[in-house]
Design a protein around this ligand. Structure first.
Ligand code: 6GU
Length: 226
């Protein structure tokens, strides 16, 4: 998979890809991340990427030309399956969208800033608009990093243990069961006995029940959806 991220503050996007699982995925050649500074695509002398909005009103709007130059240039190099715009008024990201995107070959992610982009960018280039929740961030970069993390970890070979992504919370619309590690007793706080019993069918049944109970208590909305 190849992901091109277009941003006006590309520095925000260096560390997420420079540590841990995402770094290893890049090193293994399972994903390529290319970060583009939108200012490199500005032709006017003032390096202006935003301007006042037509009709008046507070806040600047990202201009179409640098975005067009960047996206159109990329599109001459390869076909893109998705051109995603990160925006608080997009569709809220969930596991299903992450699963879908993890199967794509080439993706562009455009990070919004200020009042957002000129609507014509959305109308003519964007295939999908994604938000990461009902709150406002200063820009789309942190949201883009969240999106990349959730997608990249699903690419086969990225996680050491192939089955572990499948048992995550939300993968089957249930929260994950509680987990424990050594010691079996700490300050008198004991690990549930079933987990040290060695009876794996019973352990599996216990985990399923715990998942269901946790979901019922903490996220009953997940059980209503179908
Ligand atoms: Cl994608 N962008 C911004 N600026 N704020 C957000 C968001 C995105 N998702 C939630 N809040």
């Amino acid at each position: 998979m190849r992901i091109d991220i277009i941003s006006v503050v590309p520095d925000i996007l260096t560390s997420p890809f420079d540590v841990s699982i995402l770094k290893r995925a890049i090193e293994k050649g399972l994903v390529e991340i290319h970060i583009h500074n939108l200012r490199d695509y500005v032709t006017d002398n003032y390096k202006q990427i935003d301007d006042y909005q037509f009709g008046g009103g507070a806040g600047m709007v990202m201009m179409i030309e640098p975005i067009d130059k960047c996206i159109s240039g990329l599109k001459t190099e390869r076909n893109y399956d998705e051109i995603i715009y990160m925006t608080p008024d997009g569709k809220t990201l969930n596991q299903k969208t992450a699963n879908t995107l993890s199967l794509k070959e080439n993706i562009i992610i455009l990070c919004g800033h200020y009042k957002g982009v000129d609507q014509r960018v959305r109308d003519h280039f964007i295939t999908r608009e994604i938000s990461i929740g009902d709150y406002v961030l200063s820009g789309g970069e942190l949201a883009a990093a969240v999106l990349c993390d959730t997608v990249i970890r699903l690419i086969p070979g990225v996680l050491g243990n192939e089955t572990s992504a499948l048992t995550d919370s939300f993968q089957d619309d249930l929260l994950a069961p509680p987990v424990y590690t050594r010691p079996a007793e700490y300050k008198g706080w004991k690990v549930p006995e079933i987990l040290t019993s060695g009876n794996f069918p019973k352990i599996e049944a216990w985990r399923e029940e715990q998942s269901y109970q946790r979901t019922k208590e903490l996220r009953p909305d997940l059980l209503d959806e179908d």
